[in-house]
Design a protein around this ligand. Structure first.
Ligand code: NAI
Ligand code: MG
Length: 335
């Protein structure tokens, strides 16, 4: 029996999380789901976006399965996602982008893993105005040797353990000589410890062009926080969009699994949300928990349904009549 904190989230969150939980339960894995609130759902109930009970639950279970949370744009609200990643030091964010036969996209056979540093860089919340008039603002990026070392090392270990051939480190050290420069220097040191894996270094803007023109040259990409955020949406676009990209947030002793997409308020409550990304996040969670067999079976059932294309949400097949619920039922039938 595994204990997992379940945060259903906002917008489309509850509908897709319900489907994912049903599928995981149907696989036969025994999970004790401990439901907890976060995001707008929690704010409305408790006046805080991360209630203490939720943190106590994650502290205890050390594994969380989370739906998307709405972060209001503007001042006063810090992203709860960023706060959770920092609180539990979930330094590695793994975002795989793989082509699906059943998804509409411009490329085939893409298989790129973006490994994003998840706790430092421009996302530390070190932002403020420098003048009383609020007409000059400053944002600080912090890069450390320790933070760079552990994320690049994670990427190389990931490559080694998953039969990958190459790690590309993306940076902007030509301009950001200290911050991105430190990341690159440390990255080169780490790469030297893994002679069996090819190491490539690329400047971030050129990487964007190469990804669009010739994505097949990429295997594992490792990069700093903001570049990783942007690149993983780009790689999502290469394989048909955000509906198919899971994300694992991994720390030393805690892990949180979610989709890369947000709460999609434009389609919430309409049975239109594609549950595939959170189902794949569930697959990554089962792998983390050592439940490889169930993970493989769920992945295979999902692939069958997506590739068949008739019981999928309209983002995957605009002529399909199925919605979130029907797609979930089809996957369970396959299982
Ligand atoms: P979004 O990812 O929610 O939506 C972008 C577009 O993709 C929308 O057109 C939406 O309908 C579509 N989409 C997203 N997920 C889909 C799915 N599963 N199936 C079908 N279509 C899907 O990004 P947006 O609109 O920028 O953000 C909305 C809210 O989500 C914001 O409050 C944002 O802060 C939050 N957010 C939360 C994240 C998280 O909790 N990890 C990640 C990204 C955004
Ligand atoms: Mg993002």
């Amino acid at each position: 029996m595994h204990n997992v904190t379940l945060i259903k989230g906002d917008g489309i969150g509850p509908s897709i999380m319900d489907v994912a939980v049903k599928i995981i339960d149907a696989s036969g894995v025994k999970i004790n789901w401990e439901e907890a609130d976060a995001g707008m759902a929690a704010y409305d109930k408790y006046g805080t976006a991360i209630p203490d009970q939720t943190l106590i639950s994650i502290d205890k279970n050390r594994v969380a399965f989370k739906g998307p949370l709405t972060t209001p744009v503007g001042k006063g609200f810090r992203s709860i996602n960023v706060a959770l990643r920092q609180k539990y030091d979930l330094y590695a964010n793994i975002r795989p982008a793989r082509s699906w036969k059943g998804a509409q996209s411009k490329f085939e056979d893409i298989d790129i893993i973006v490994i994003r540093e998840n706790t430092e860089g421009l996302y530390m919340g070190l932002e403020h105005y420098l003048t009383k008039e609020k007409d000059v603002a400053e944002s600080l990026a912090v890069i450390t040797r320790k933070g760079s070392e552990r994320i690049v090392d994670y990427a190389f270990k990931y490559a080694r353990d998953n039969g990958r051939k190459k790690v590309t480190l993306c940076h902007k050290a030509n301009i950001l000589k200290y911050t991105s420069g430190l990341f690159l220097d440390v990255g080169r040191e780490v790469a030297a410890r893994y002679p069996e894996i090819e190491f490539d270094e690329k400047i971030i803007d050129a990487t964007c062009m190469h990804l669009v023109m010739d994505p097949h040259q990429f295997d594992v990409i490792v990069t700093t926080n903001m570049f990783g955020d942007i690149l993983s949406d780009l790689t999502a676009g290469l394989v048909g969009g955000l509906g198919l990209i899971p994300g694992a947030n991994i720390g030393e002793d805690t892990a949180l699994f979610e989709a890369v997409h947000g709460s999609a308020p434009d389609i919430a409550g309409k049975n239109l949300a594609n549950p595939a990304a959170v189902i794949m996040a569930g697959v990554m969670m089962l792998q983390y928990l050592g439940e490889r067999d169930a993970a493989n079976r769920i992945q295979a059932a999902l692939e069958k349904v997506v590739n068949a294309g008739d019981n999928v949400t309209p983002d995957l097949n605009p002529s399909s009549r199925a919605g979130t619920i029907e797609m979930g039922e089809a996957i369970i039938a396959e299982l």
